[in-house]
Structure formats: C-alpha cells, structure tokens
Design a protein around this ligand. Structure first.
Ligand SMILES: NC(=O)c1ccc[n+]([C@@H]2O[C@H](COP(=O)([O-])OP(=O)(O)OC[C@H]3O[C@@H](n4cnc5c(N)ncnc54)[C@H](OP(=O)(O)O)[C@@H]3O)[C@@H](O)[C@H]2O)c1
Length: 290
C-alpha cells in the first residue's frame, strides 16, 4: 500500500510515522519536502510515487495568526486541499483529511455531530470548513476526520506549553469557560490507520474523533500538573486560577463548546476514543525530562 503523508513534520505527522503498519510503503513529506500549495510539486509527487492513499496532516494551524494572515491560511487549508482532492480523484487515491471542531460555532449545548451545520467563528475555522467543502465537491473518495484539542509529545500544544511554564511558575491563569475533550495525536494516528485499512468500505464519510472525557482547559492543566508532580517532573505544585475567555483575550474567537459526538466512528469502525488521561501519564513518564 503506497501511502503519501503530507505535513509529516507536525505533531500528527510524527505520531503517524511512529505507528506505520508493516504493509505500508510510506512517503512522509514535511513542508520542506512538499509544499502542498504548489501544484507543480503535488503533480511531481503523484507522478513519481503514485499514492493509493493520501493522508493530509498539513495545515496552517496557527489559529490567532490566521486572523491577520487569511491569505496564507486559505491557501494551505482550503485551496491546496482542493487541488489535492482533485488530484486524488483523478488518480483514484483515497484521501484522509484532518479537520477540526472549529468548523462549528461552539454555541450548542450538545456534543457536535457530523451532520451539524457548519458555522465557523474564526478565519482558521472558515478556511478549514472551505477545505472540507472542496473535498466533498471534488468527487474523491474520502474520510474527513474532525478532531479537537490535540496534544502529544511533539510540536507545540497545550500540554507542552503547560509543562514548560510549570517548571518556573507556581500559579497560572487558565481559561475555564470552554469545554472540550483533549485528543492524543497517537490515538488519532491509530484511528487514521484503522480507517486506511477499511478504506474500501468507507467511500465518502466525515467522522468525529476526540477524547473520552470532557474537561475545561483549566481542569486539563490541573490534571497535567498533578501527574507531573507525582512523577517528579516538576518539583512544586502549580495553582491554577480559572479565567474567562474574554480575560484571556486571544486574537481569534474560540468555540465555547469543542466537544464532538464520536458515536459514528466508535460504532461503525470499532475505533476506541482517545484515553487522554492515560496518554498524559505516559507522555509525562516517558518523554518529559525533569
Ligand atoms: N492542534 C490541534 O489542536 C488541532 C485540533 C483540531 C484539528 N487539528 C488538525 O489536525 C491536523 C494536524 O495538526 P497538527 O496538530 O499536527 O498541527 P502541526 O503540528 O501544526 O502540523 C501541521 C504541519 O503542516 C505543515 N504545513 C504547513 N503549511 C504547509 C504547506 N504549505 N505544505 C506542507 N506542509 C505544511 C507544517 O509545517 P511547518 O511547521 O514547516 O510550517 C506542520 O508540520 C491539521 O489538519 C489541524 O487542522 C489540530
């Protein structure tokens, strides 16, 4: 099975590479190897490697920066995705694309289902929604996996920011009025691999995939610090002061509710949701220095 992985240097890209099945011939390309916004580079890779599956883990993920650089965000998250989908359709490659809960406005009191109406409130969310729509319109066979609050031992994410700040701070102000279900990138990688295996049964589907427990950013931080302290990776406790989204004042608006309803992926693909609490303990024990 020839599998092309874009965005291979990101946290999800690296997590997929840690788990490559034996029957995959993987071409894992970072942004330096393959810029997905360049149609000439895309053509070349399709011509030479002839992928049967394309996993698009490349994205412009800087949510706040996207507010001031809409052009780049759209070119990576929407226009490049459209070109990739058309290319996959022409060559009959199956496209697995990663999307986000930010395509929703977060105003629902219920976990979001795959069929809920898109209403992004940020530029990042808008461009990711445009990418999804382009895939659906292209006629390609696809699986779009929407996930949320991704963390891992790699790259930049909330977990790693907490571990860095917690080393020298005794208290932190963390947002406590947004809810979500953190998702370990390693578990998303496993879900992607399972979907790739079942690609002939899937055709055109959107799936939601996130953690198995709902929390707030503040409680997520408390969980991280409790275990980092127990594992002696930090030598003091960190007090978390809950603050509002407005007090935090990020450039881009965030959904108040990022929780995804994952019944579909659980029931139709027998994929377990992300046990993020266990993942936090494992990363702290195995990947974090003192
Ligand atoms: N992180 C989250 O909390 C979260 C939540 C929901 C959904 N997602 C989605 O999950 C997917 C994976 O995200 P992630 O967390 O792994 O993000 P990440 O760590 O930021 O990785 C994204 C990768 O895409 C690469 N990239 C950017 N522009 C590119 C281009 N023009 N051509 C090729 N590669 C390019 C980046 O390379 P450079 O670093 O060299 O630019 C980076 O390696 C994305 O689709 C994202 O939207 C993420």
């Amino acid at each position: 099975m020839r599998v092309l992985l874009t965005g291979a240097g990101g946290q999800l890209g690296l997590s997929i590479q840690d788990r490559v099945p034996k029957n995959w011939q993987l071409s894992a390309l970072t942004s330096a190897d393959l810029d997905i916004t360049d149609p000439v580079q895309i053509d070349h890779v399709f011509k030479t490697f002839k992928p049967e599956i394309v996993i698009n883990a490349a994205a412009f993920t800087a949510v706040d920066k996207a507010e001031e650089d809409e052009i780049t965000a759209r070119s990576v998250n929407a226009l490049a995705v459209k070109n990739l989908a058309i290319k996959c359709e022409k060559t009959k490659a199956f496209l697995i694309h990663i999307s986000t809960d930010y395509v929703f406005d977060g105003r629902s009191i219920m976990p979001y289902r795959e069929t809920d109406i898109l209403n992004p409130i940020s530029i990042y969310g808008k461009t990711k929604a445009e990418g999804e729509q382009a895939i659906i319109r292209s006629g390609v066979s696809y699986a779009i996996i929407r996930t949320s609050w991704v963390f891992s031992e790699y790259g930049n994410n909330f977990f790693k920011t907490m571990m860095r700040l917690g080393k020298d701070r005794e208290s932190l102000d963390i947002v406590d009025d947004q809810i979500g279900a953190p998702t370990y990138a390693g578990d998303i990688a496993d879900a992607i691999i399972a979907i790739a295996r079942d690609k002939n049964k899937i055709k055109c589907e959107i799936f939601h995939y996130c953690g198995d427990q709902i929390t707030t950013w503040a409680d997520f931080a408390k969980y991280i610090f409790t275990h980092a302290f127990e594992a002696e990776k930090i030598n003091h406790t960190v007090v978390i002061n809950g603050i509002s989204t407005e007090q935090f004042a990020a450039a881009a608006p965030r959904p108040k509710n990022s929780v995804l309803d994952c019944e579909k992926i659980k029931n139709s693909c027998a994929i377990k949701l992300s046990d993020w609490q266990n993942a936090v303990k494992i990363i702290i024990n195995n990947h974090m220095g003192k």
